[in-house]
Design a protein around this ligand. Structure first.
Ligand SMILES: [Zn+2]
Length: 471
């Protein structure tokens, strides 16, 4: 079977054929975080999903260019900047750094480009100028620039490609200056927002006066800058289908940069909502978790990643703390099996390859990333391997081969963070702990252990002596 994805554009499962005539290069854009606060586990479901898509495409031999924007100019951010009195960059830098720490704790591969909106204002203005010149955008009396759905449709554009829309209910012509999701279910939307006193110091000059870009235009400008006017895959959470992605199509195709007959994006993939403890996440219900909250409860990024990967991306999923306990148990089963194989395997000799499990895994994943079937294949393999291990039927050479097979599957799953080496001062502390332990100064050795833990490292005893392991 060839790789297939559910394309929101056609509302059907379609074979994935890259635009590259050689079938090699793939351009992938995923809407990135709005850095106004710590990201929550629902946000990370989308990023782990995008990571899975990228890793699987790479596993299939594609050369993926992955772009993810950082939304650092937006209503919520401006409100917080005003409340905290901090410069925009100082405010967003903290949450951006936290986001990337979390991203790495979940072992998501870093996108090749992570452009910030605030550093692409000139590209955004150039795109708006094109839309104004083509007659599909207009400057309103307040100095803001709006996209006209009516003019776009009149010029042959089709608004409502991802979602069937009821234009009667969209009250065309109404204007709002907020770019918050709930207020944008109307026809014309802002591309450029004229400066108002509440914006404080967050504004840039433009041909239409001082102001700042709307959220939707940020993604059109940055995706096309890095991936060209047409590219293969655009990902995001299903809450972005309308209006964000619908507006992206209108802006990008409205600017007319694509070759004749080419769409802005060939495949649109959307990840479903996440429920937490059976309900929509909310701070008042106590089921609102950032990744940090989960790490503080003693779970690892690897366990969170595993749990997020157990659900099909198009199904809403109930994320629970109990589920995380289950993730820990499931990972322990995999780790135990791999540990035994590693104990048996020695030298570089390998038995003939055993591609059967890889074929079954690939068949499952080709089917619109059917992870339920893929995990079935993996746990069947773990069970069979354990059985053969118990019967002493695995030779060192075969153990090496099985570990290679697992390594290939794990390229897609990304369950094992690369072993990070600890900073030198911590390695020195570890040595000091060994010395103090031998001297029976347990108070000091425990204090060192606690300090290492506070810095995110655990001591692991191995046959070759203690070593530091990332918590
Ligand atoms: Zn976006």
């Amino acid at each position: 079977m060839a790789l297939q994805f559910f394309n929101t554009l056609s509302r059907s499962v379609q074979e994935f054929v890259p635009r590259d005539p050689r079938g090699q290069s793939v351009g992938l854009y995923c809407c990135g975080p709005t850095v106004h606060d710590f990201a929550h586990v629902g946000n990370f479901r989308t990023f782990v999903f995008a990571d899975l898509v990228r890793r699987y495409l790479e596993f299939k031999g594609h050369n993926v260019r992955h772009v993810m924007n950082i939304t650092d100019v937006e209503d919520k951010i401006i409100r917080r900047v005003r409340e905290t009195n901090a410069p925009l960059r100082d405010y967003t830098a903290k949450y951006e750094a936290a986001f990337f720490q979390d991203f790495q704790a979940l072992n998501c591969l870093l996108p090749h480009d992570t452009p910030r909106a605030s550093e692409h204002i000139a590209d955004i203005i150039a795109l708006i100028e094109k839309l104004v010149a083509r007659g599909v955008a207009y400057r309103a009396a307040d100095g803001s620039v709006y996209f006209s759905i009516e003019k776009y449709q009149g010029a042959g554009g089709h608004y409502g490609r991802l979602l069937k829309l009821n234009f009667e209910e969209m009250r065309p012509g109404e204007r709002v200056s907020s770019d918050e999701y709930a207020k944008e279910a109307i026809a014309d939307f802002a591309l450029w927002k004229a400066r108002v006193p509440d914006d404080g110091a967050v504004f840039w000059p433009s041909p239409w006066g001082e102001g700042r870009p709307g959220w939707h235009i940020e993604c059109s400008a940055m995706s096309m800058k890095f991936l060209g006017p047409s590219f293969d895959l655009h990902l995001g959470g299903e809450d972005l289908v309308f209006p964000h992605h619908e507006d992206e199509i209108a802006q990008s195709e409205g600017a007319g940069a694509q070759a004749a007959g080419e769409p802005f994006v060939k495949y649109w993939l959307h990840g479903a909502h996440l429920l937490v403890e059976g309900k929509k996440m909310s701070k008042s219900l106590g089921n609102y978790f950032t990744l940090r909250d989960l790490l503080a409860k003693g779970f690892t990024g690897r366990e969170v990643r595993y749990l997020l990967l157990t659900a099909h991306y198009r199904e809403s999923f109930n994320f629970t703390l109990e589920g995380l306990q289950g993730a820990r148990a499931a990972l322990a089963r995999i780790d135990e099996c791999l540990g035994k194989l590693a104990e048996i395997g020695s030298g570089s000799e390998k038995a003939p390859s055993e591609p059967e499990v890889l074929h079954r895994f690939t068949d499952a994943m080709d089917d619109d990333l059917n992870v339920a079937a893929a995990w079935g294949v993996i746990f069947d393999w773990v069970r069979d391997t354990n059985k053969q291990l118990a019967e002493n039927r695995i030779s060192p050479a075969r153990a090496n081969t099985l570990l290679v097979v697992w390594g290939q599957i794990n390229q897609v799953l990304g369950l094992h963070a690369k072993q990070e080496s600890a900073p030198e001062d911590l390695v020195r502390l570890l040595l000091e702990r060994e010395i103090t332990r031998k001297a029976k100064d347990f108070k000091r050795s425990d204090a060192i252990r606690d300090e290492l833990k506070a810095r995110g490292w655990a001591i692991e005893d191995t046959p070759k002596g203690p070593r530091l392991k990332r918590l």
